[in-house]
Design a binder for this molecule. Structure first.
Ligand code: SRM
Ligand code: SF4
Length: 521
């Protein structure tokens, strides 16, 4: 077990480090049954509000007693059987129950009662699901191309690699004290296709496909992150890694170990991996990683093999397997109800192979639908609810949780963003989709910096009153030439957004008013 005292640096440790040193977050695994029997009101406050996050259990101060359960969904892969088990969990909680597809192609369940969690965990484990180490100072859900194994443009099928990295970090989902006390959260992504579907640039470690001496493997980027005080794009570690499981897992293990043992545990705003790289310089960081691996790593390939724009996978697409298709359904702002989850599980089995995938755009893909079953599948009611041809702005909308469940939120996000996108879709025609992302506070979970138009919740004064507002970001590009956008407007009251965003769309994206639409001055 690692504690703050075993780290090399002598800095004044932050308050999170103190409670981690007193008792590792993972220790609550052995106490969960006891907590469930006691009831949440009787649980020690740090265990309740902090350590339970090591098991993926999030106390929600906005809805006390109704917990959020964050799973691990490596690569966004979920079988119909797993979806049904989760639907069943959500269904128990009636109107309080729902699930959100997250910006890391994962699922979070809502409304969950602590007393039910031991039973829920048993049911999850029976179908190979875990929520282990999905919050706080742990590695988050590991992302990969949502069409791995289906995509004709794919270079490396990363599914087994992602699973192997997760298994190393979490000890096969049982919990691993080696990596439960990092200085801060940590994001890993493995891209196997050519379109950077994972937003490599915003991960602490990203593997991107690259040919070296004619052999396909990965170049490695490190240090990408967003926080309320700093956003940084990932930069090259300068190494190339063969696509074998042992190599990829070992490089991840080594980087995590170097970070765990040397990353700052002082000012919490300066503890993500990039701060260590800044302090040491890349040469020293890489040397430390190589020392941990126990051998030099190959020099990075001259360039990576990313060569296309990022796809959103909404619609019907031929797979590399002849006669089969994957169908991307658009889930508005990622919100699912229990009956919809049941229906997704059903159609995945009836028309496909039971193989579902989640995307970082918060949508769902049904895989392996034969040509001769497509038409009837597309006539299913769930495809009307989650359409394959949503309207232009709604299609590319991404939103974080916001004020409905998150105490950090300065604004409500999901419903407001959807209403705005629907309204503008009814008012203007756009030649191309425009990616809008909403995030309720500067933590940037909704990634406004990757959007063409990004909204970040704040407050503003209007007519002498404080009102919900947003800072607006623009210029984010994704795919092969990903680039972070920047703030272009500050403190725009939410009630002014229809006019402000309509203007941005007209001036920057060629929007024109639909015939018959008149905007009052
Ligand atoms: Fe996040 C904290 C939700 C992706 C940066 N994030 C939180 C908490 C746990 C805060 C809390 O306790 O309320 C939010 C839970 C609200 C809730 O009830 O849902 C929360 N983050 C989310 C999700 C659900 C947003 C979504 O609606 O999709 C995403 C879950 C991903 C997952 O499956 O694990 C989510 N968060 C992100 C991302 C985007 C990404 O990873 O691509 C980021 C920016 C990238 C990054 O981390 O570098 C992100 N979340 C943060 C931060 C700022 C981290 C920092 O270094 O300062 C916080 C606050 C913190 O950690 O102190 C945070
Ligand atoms: Fe909550 Fe802020 Fe993250 Fe949105 S961006 S989920 S409001 S922490």
């Amino acid at each position: 077990m690692v504690t703050a005292s075993t780290t090399k640096k002598k800095v004044k440790i932050n308050k999170f480090e103190k409670y981690k040193a007193e008792k590792d977050g993972l220790a609550v695994k052995d106490e969960l049954k006891k907590f469930a029997e006691m009831g949440w009101e009787a649980v020690d406050e740090t265990d309740l509000t902090q350590r339970l996050k090591w098991l993926g259990i999030f106390f929600r101060p906005v809805t006390p007693g109704k917990f959020m359960l964050r799973l691990r969904m490596p690569h966004g892969l979920i079988s119909s059987q797993q979806m049904r088990v989760l639907a069943d969990v959500v269904q128990r909680y009636g109107d309080d129950g729902s699930a959100d597809i997250t910006t890391r192609q994962n699922l979070q369940l809502r409304g969950v009662h602590l007393e039910d969690i031991p039973d829920i965990f048993d049911k999850m484990h029976a179908v190979g699901l875990t929520s282990m180490q999905s919050g706080m100072d742990n590695v988050r859900n590991i992302t990969g191309s949502p069409v791995a194994g289906l995509d004709s443009k794919e270079l490396i099928d990363t599914r087994e690699l992602v699973q192997a990295v997760q298994d190393m970090i979490t000890n096969g989902g049982e919990g691993n004290y080696d990596f439960t006390n990092l200085p801060r959260k940590f994001n890993i992504a493995l891209e196997g296709s050519t379109d950077n579907s994972v937003h490599a640039e915003i991960n602490d470690i990203a593997f991107v496909p690259a040919y070296k001496d004619g052999r396909l493997g990965f170049n490695v980027l490190v240090g990408g992150f967003f926080s309320s005080t700093r956003c940084a794009a990932a930069i090259p570690l300068g190494v190339w890694v063969p696509p074998e499981e042992e190599d990829v897992v070992e490089v991840c293990r080594a980087i995590l170990t170097v970070y765990r043992d040397n990353g700052s545990r002082g000012n919490r705003q300066k503890t993500r991996l990039m701060w260590l790289i800044d302090e040491w310089g890349m040469e020293k960081f890489r040397a430390e990683v190589e020392q941990s691996v126990g051998k030099p790593l190959a020099q990075a390939a001259a360039e990576d093999a990313l060569d296309s724009d990022k796809r959103d996978h909404v619609g019907v697409f031929q797979q590399k397997q002849e006669g089969l298709n994957y169908v991307g359904l658009h889930v508005p702002v990622g919100r699912l109800k229990a009956d919809q989850m049941m229906d997704l599980a059903r159609v995945a089995e009836v028309y496909g192979s039971g193989d579902l995938r989640l995307t970082v755009e918060q949508n769902v893909i049904v895989a392996n639908v034969p040509d001769n079953r497509l038409a009837i599948f597309l006539s299913e009611a769930i495809v009307q609810t989650f359409p394959i041809q949503p309207s232009t702005l709604v299609r590319s909308l991404v939103s974080c949780t916001g004020a409905q469940f998150c105490k950090f939120a300065l604004v409500e996000t999901k419903m407001q963003s959807l209403a705005l996108a629907r309204r503008l879709d009814a008012e203007v025609d756009l030649p191309e989709p425009v990616r809008m992302h909403w995030t309720g506070c500067p933590n940037s979970c909704g990634q406004p910096q990757v959007a063409q138009i990004g909204m970040m919740g704040t407050k503003a004064r209007k007519n002498g009153k404080m009102v919900p507002a947003v800072d607006i970001y623009m210029g984010g590009t994704v795919g092969k030439d990903a680039h972070l956008g920047e703030r272009v407007m500050q403190k725009v009251p939410c009630e002014d957004l229809p006019g402000v965003v309509r203007n941005l769309l007209t001036e920057n994206f060629g929007a024109t008013l639909k015939p018959g639409v008149v905007i009052e001055a």
